[in-house]
Design a protein around this ligand. Sequence first.
Ligand SMILES: Nc1ncnc2c1ncn2[C@@H]1O[C@H](COP(=O)(O)OP(=O)(O)OP(=O)(O)O)[C@@H](O)[C@H]1O
Ligand SMILES: [Mg+2]
Length: 908
Amino acid sequence: MRRSAAPSQFQGNSFKKPKFVPPGRSALSLNEETTKRNPDIKLFQGIANNAFLQSQNDPGICSSNLLPTEGSTREINHGDKYSSKYCLEASAVTLDPLLAVHSASKEVTESKEQEEKPDSLVKYFSVVWCKASKKKHKKWEGDAILVVKGMSFTLKDLEGKDIGRGIGYKFREFEKIEEGQTLMIGGKEIEIMGVISSDDFNSGRCFQLGRGSPATPSFSQAARKCFSKPFKSVCKLNSKENRQNDFQSCKPRHDPYTPNSLVMPRPDKNHQWMFNKNCFSLVDVVIDPHLVHHLRPHQKEGIIFLYECVMGMRMNGRYGAILADEMGLGKTLQCISLIWTLQCQGPYGGKPVIKKTLIVTPGSLVNNWRKEFKKWLGNERIKIFTVDQDHKVEEFIKSTFYPVLIISYEMFLRSLDQIKNIKFDLLICDEGHRLKNSTIKTTTALISLSCEKRVILTGTPIQNDLQEFFALIDFVNPGILGSLSSYRKIYEEPIIMSREPSSSEEEKKLGERRAAELTCLTGLFILRRTQEVINKYLPPKIETVVFCRPGALQIELYQKLLNSQAVRFCLQGLLENSAHLLCIGALKKLCNHPCLLFSSVKDKECSSTGDENGERNLYQGLLNVFPADYNPLLFTENESGKLQVLSKLLAVIHELRPTEKVVLVSNYTQTLNILQEVCQRHGYAYVRLDGQTPISQRQHIVDGFNSKYSSDFVFLLSSKAGGIGLNLIGGSHLILYDIDWNPATDIQAMSRVWRDGQKYPVHIYRLLTTGTIEEKIYQRQISKQGLSGTVVDLTKASEHIQFSVEELKNLFTFHESSHCVTHDLLDCECTGEIDHADDSLEKSAISRHCQLGPHHQKSDSLKPLSMSQLKQWKHFSGDNLNLTDPFLKRIRDNVSFFFQNITNPSTA
Ligand SMILES: Nc1ncnc2c1ncn2[C@@H]1O[C@H](COP(=O)(O)OP(=O)(O)OP(=O)(O)O)[C@@H](O)[C@H]1O
Ligand SMILES: [Mg+2]
């Protein structure tokens, strides 16, 4: 047979063909072998192997939070300004037992015993294949990986798909396999090209080599080009003009030697080779001292990280980054520092790296960005253009005045035709987790921009869904993980499979190794730090979960609803037309206030529409429970346990802390109407921001509330409509009036007030109605089920949550006599009469599971609580006579139980 190369070998990646390794040397990794022959790979691996830093000193820094092994974190070495030191934790994964088996194969195969149990032996070969035919001249059709396990052979293409299988081979047959040998497998003829180590297979690297993706980025090709004409372009100095430019700008813009100066790492030789063709002199890029003065240590690290990424210094040919710091860590300031620096400076002759930057952000944050630019850089340094009703993109295009364009995602889509014609050098997508779906218009439109330097900012953990993760990675560094289908085969499927309880040891190992490899590839350009890094700059946070006794009317109505035909149908498993959602909705409304339920029943009575959802079955007889002359507009506070508590809470805050303000959060507009009415009745000045608030007015409302001169006492906020990214540091008390299925919604709301700039200790109150569905939702939030996977995602509505009949039974049970069902579930022995907290468990033991990281990875501090963590909170019943907290004292009559936790007590 003529040995013509497989398609991928035509691309000139000659090093890709694995060299045959004789059995005695089979433990040597393929990479070691290839690097010996190809310096390009070695250089790349140098980068990759150095890519992770251990940050034992800084608990808050955790690289991308998708860590393969405990504590695999990144930190930038400040000791040496010009070099970032990394260490690859993933490479420290314990030696794969398969590898050991592999290297010992000779002796093992001679043993008869093993002959009978060949399953324990797995070998991997790189091969080329073609369909079996009798033709004389055949052409190989592709590269593939041959997996030989026991007596079965599997052929996988370089996308990870199985393309052939064979069983029933004799164990001795594969023992003799060697380079050049041909075999028939599943109707395909294959030729063995070489051995692949189990390490390379388990990590997925052998698939990448074939694809020429991350391990061999465009860098190797570019570098090869340079080698072909050594020094020519680099040393061809220098036109007169160049020299003059060089001379003029070779001084750093700011002094790199002053104490506390923040100097960006210098590009290495390869970078210079590729990007400094004109041989400008190297100039230090120094962050404006005016900014450095304000920067927190984690922000300095973040700026260096962003700089290295967008300059292509972390991974050759890749210019994207994901800054996934937890909420409130100042991602905006880090980006502003980056923009301002690149706008004025560059490492080659001091020439600025970028001219124009596009910032795309949710509409409600456009003005916040403008404000932040002004806050950190003043009005004079940089001119920014924000697009709104009165300022169109055309104006930006006509003017040469503005280097930065800030636009909302919606407006961006509408103005795409114009924006496409502008050459942007840097693209920043704020709250960029919305790009997790690569098929939505916004993502495709942004991808269509030619800008290579792309930064995603997100406070939401991004690794919970591996497909969404792919979309985000592929957005910032297109193609780095190959095609979606190969990504699924090589990473997603093995990783998910390994998490199944039924997975075999081997599957578990493979999944772990693939996760480690994925982390390794992506960890270079993802940075996530947790709230802990700024805790020390923040005031204390006192969080209290308040279990409010339901009012008499609520109890009666609640029981009536649970006895309705609709609920009974649900419990019999008759869940057509989402009837259970209707029941859940009615119970939640009732918990907020009975008048909301009354209005729904009345609306249904008056409406002429059909009854597909069985509303009539649910509402039957409810009106009789209300007083005959009940008027929902004249609702009273004591009809709702939570409203009574709220009203007293507002009163005591107003009385004891007259200069402090309250953020009052609900997910429902109708509930906000009631809360607004309460404010009016008591004469509290308030502002309101919900989904109806025009985007143009939002920042104005926020600024007004945050101003120390404003007389507003309450900020009524619909968290779903507008909570994301807002700074509400004017408020130091935050009350969550109702609970969402999705813990992320509540966490988002809570972190609006406890953030940089907050002056007062922050009090957060979560109100729950005792014994009702609200407690159940809370338990779901803090139990494993609620914490797994994509639930921590603001876009997932409760309609997508699946319930079993068992779960519905639990949801539709009312625990009228319990002080706190959640406490009952904790298996805690205390009676709640005195303050109690369980110290028996280690505080940080439980973390939210994510698909990539191990189960005991460092936890996000803003992640939802777990049950066992809750048990460690101080807890006590409302009858506790030793209450000292003046706020809790005032509301205790209506409260059956409290859980309380204080973060950062020392900064008080
Ligand atoms: N170094 C600093 N010193 C003082 N205040 C700071 C500093 N860095 C940021 N801030 C302030 O902290 C607040 C939060 O910053 P920012 O809005 O950028 O957070 P974020 O990381 O974008 O959070 P989110 O994910 O919620 O959007 C802002 O008011 C900002 O001005
Ligand atoms: Mg932000």
